[in-house]
Design a binder for this molecule. Sequence first.
Ligand SMILES: Cc1cc2nc3c(=O)[nH]c(=O)nc-3n(C[C@H](O)[C@H](O)[C@H](O)COP(=O)(O)OP(=O)(O)OC[C@H]3O[C@@H](n4cnc5c(N)ncnc54)[C@H](O)[C@@H]3O)c2cc1C
Length: 473
Amino acid sequence: MIDMTRLLIAVGILAVFTLLIGLWNWTHLRVARWRTRGRKWPIEVWNGKVTLLYFSTKDCVVCKFQQVKEIAEVRAAFPEDTLDIRKFDALERADIAKLFGVMNVPTTVVLDAQGGLHSFNANLAKSVELIEQIQGALGACKPIEKKAALRPDVTEKVVIIGSGPAGWTAAIYAARAQLEPLVFEGAGDKFMIPGGQLMWTGEVENFPGWPEGIKGPDLMVKLREQAEHWGTRIIGTDVTHIDVSTRPFKLTASDGSVLTSHTVIVATGARARWLGLENEERLARGGGGVSACATCDGPMPMFRNQVVAVIGGGDTALEEAVQLTHFASRVHVINITPDLTASKVMRERARSNAKIEFHMNTTVTDVLGDDRVEGLRVKNVVENTESTMPVKGMFVAIGHKPNTDFLKGVIELTPQGYVVATKPFRTNTSVDGIFAAGDVMDPYYRQAITSAGTGCMAALDAERWLIAQNVSE
Ligand SMILES: Cc1cc2nc3c(=O)[nH]c(=O)nc-3n(C[C@H](O)[C@H](O)[C@H](O)COP(=O)(O)OP(=O)(O)OC[C@H]3O[C@@H](n4cnc5c(N)ncnc54)[C@H](O)[C@@H]3O)c2cc1C
């Protein structure tokens, strides 16, 4: 009963919120139309064509995702020379953002062929809405028929599940081998969005080919674009079930659609476990010194000669703590239980390191700092006391959870849920024709480049499997 009441309240709040956004857009459009009547736009804003203006900021993860997915769909929907798409950073080009009254991102604006303001969308604007609005501004010109990603009467040769470095690399290889791969990039939730774990990462400095580093979301955008460039078809839902009792395999997606495929590459990754604190999420997403990967982020200049904290008491936590002592001046290991769960050898190595200080029976209740971590609120759970620990970085090492719930009882998994690779240095799984790549089958290395490497291997393994089975159509 209480749950029902809560549900109704939540639905009510959502409805009011949606209504307010709608009202804001409606009002804003009218005010902006009135304000901008007859205005001459600078040439970089409008050049005589129907134009989609897209406002984002560097740190907006949702914008990056939207820019890739929704804008690519809009671009594909209209003949090339009918529409201009112009992207602006709302902070760097505050002058242009001000012209339209942009107050939050992502915001999209559609100008018609006379330069008149056709539509204004604060917050998310889905490609379907944008396509409708652009069609309205274009008048007679209809969107071009989009090649359907799902082909109901065709058995796919390769379906790839997951859109991290492993999934996109597998797609690039499979597409270049003319296997017409179909990628399920995932529906996304609070902790996992299409693009995978690197969508959470500020700077990636160890992916070969980027001498000055590249932002995680930017790297994922490029990998996705490369896969699409070679003909990969993409679907924005999850795969929820694979029926391996029939050949070809039968896959069910989260929107209920069903398709068949000769081979499947599982590249669904793993999700780092977080403490679940609001400021932890904010500072992790904003690249403000909260990380779930010391190997990746520890060497960053922001942690050099600084005091940092590692949360956890297992092998990974202690390994990361020891690693961090190469860069940081001091490393606090914070562990909620009275004892460390790491192996004896790891415990001894960490305990003998003078730079590491242990805080047992302790947990973190808040992460302090606006743009950067400035300290942690820590609580001794035995004495029930709280204090502030000044640190410049927090590395959460309380484990990973592979995204394999939908594979339970389908293929062999380890007790921790990782896919078991059944042949050494191959990507085969316990089911012939299903291959796995990336963090979902690798509890050990867990890096973008190793995921990309196994993604390549899985595509080659699938290709060879199809040849051996004589599957050509
Ligand atoms: C904070 C942080 C920083 C990091 N920094 C670095 C770094 O600097 N350098 C580095 O090399 N590595 C770094 N890593 C590690 C790196 O991100 C991972 O090793 C890599 O992303 C793993 O790639 P993957 O393709 O296996 O899976 P993931 O990146 O985990 O992606 C898996 C994808 O599959 C999708 N998915 C899941 N289930 C389904 C389903 N049922 N159907 C459809 N889709 C599904 C998810 O939405 C997700 O998009 C970092 C990790 C974290 C958490």
